[in-house]
Design a protein around this ligand. Structure first.
Ligand code: NDP
Ligand code: TDO
Ligand code: MG
Length: 282
């Protein structure tokens, strides 16, 4: 099975490469190999590799920057998806976000719930989803982190080492996602030849504040941080950002777990695994 993986240097791309099944003949590509904003380059790449499957792990993920750069976000998160679908004979596995939802739900979002993005990034990702065919596979995830990535965990570790105190929003609720776990779920869905929409995040629920508190506790226990600093829970209104973010974006992952018939690891357990990995590199 010839598999083209875009975004190969990203958090998910690296996880997909690390967890790929032995029978997958991987063709990882980065921005240097192909600029996804260039539709003709996308078509040429797909023609040249002639993959059975494309896993599109590339995206414009700078949520705040997208507010003032929506056209670039749309080029990568939407128009590149259309170009992949147009060039491709095989299946597209595409990845999207909890930020396609508006956050007004009072229960976890199911794969077929209606979308209503409230940011430029969310709109660009929703538009990308719309380009998929029925035979393609869409996996929505949230709050992704991994070793070496640009993510909330690494931002917190840096700020906790530098600052005397932190304030973190406590009224945005969701669940973090460890990239290698997401990658395994994607390979599991590919093995089942799944199509349609699936959700994957780690198990459990958190606010960004809860996540920050857990990061500090686990990092102190592992010796990644020397001293605890006070972390204050704040409302979103006290932390203004260019992009609006959903107040509640928990993903209901039961359809995915039922199909794969496996367990669902709690985010705190995955966080500990990641921090142990970070600690072993120090
Ligand atoms: N990160 C998160 O919290 C979440 C991510 N997602 C989705 O999951 C998927 C994977 O995200 P993640 O791995 O975290 O993202 P990353 O930002 O870690 O990686 C994205 C990759 O896409 C590449 N890329 C960006 N623009 C282009 C371009 N024009 N041409 C070629 N490559 C490009 C980037 O390259 P470069 O480094 O050179 O820019 C980067 O390697 C995405 O679809 C994202 O929307 C969903 C929910 C949460
Ligand atoms: C650094 C910092 C952030 N925050 C808040 C801002 C924001 O509401 C929240 C998370 O901040 P970040 O900028 O790390 O997260 P953000 O980039 O918005 O993360 C999102 O990225 C995209 C790609 C997705 O698809 C989403 O699922 C989600 O993971 O924490 C604080 O309250 N205090 C702080 O000191
Ligand atoms: Mg970010």
């Amino acid at each position: 099975m010839k598999v083209l993986i875009t975004g190969a240097n990203g958090q998910l791309g690296r996880g997909l490469i690390a967890t790929a099944p032995a029978e997958a003949d991987l063709h990882p590509v980065t921005r240097n190999d192909c600029d996804l904003a260039d539709a003709s380059a996308v078509a040429a790449l797909v023609e040249q590799v002639a993959p059975d499957l494309v896993i599109n792990a590339a995206a414009y993920t700078a949520v705040d920057k997208a507010e003032s750069d929506e056209d670039t976000a749309r080029a990568i998160n939407a128009r590149a998806v259309a170009a992949l679908v147009a060039a491709l004979r095989g299946k597209l596995v595409h990845v999207s976000t909890d930020f396609v939802f508006d956050g007004t739900a009072s229960r976890a979002y199911r794969p077929d719930d209606s979308r209503n993005p409230i940011s430029a990034y969310g709109r660009s990702k929703a538009e990308g989803e719309d380009h998929l065919r029925d035979s393609d596979l869409l996996v929505r995830t949230a709050w992704v982190y991994t070793a070496g990535g640009a993510n909330f965990v690494r931002t917190m570790l840096r700020l906790m080492a530098e600052k005397p105190a932190l304030s973190v929003v406590a009224d945005q609720i969701g669940a973090p996602t460890w990239a290698p776990g997401l990658a395994r779920t994607i390979w599991g869905l590919v093995a089942k030849d799944a199509s349609g929409t699936f959700h994957h995040s780690d198990a459990g629920v958190a606010s960004w504040y809860d996540f920050a508190v857990a990061i500090q506790e686990e990092a102190l226990a592992l010796g990644l941080l020397e001293e605890a600093i006070p972390i204050t829970p704040i409302p979103t209104s006290a932390y203004p950002t260019p992009a609006a973010r959903p107040a509640f974006s928990l993903l209901d992952c039961s359809k995915t777990r039922e199909l794969l018939g496996d367990g669902h690891t709690h985010w705190r357990s995955n966080l500990r695994t990641l921090l142990k990995e970070e600690a072993s590199h120090v």
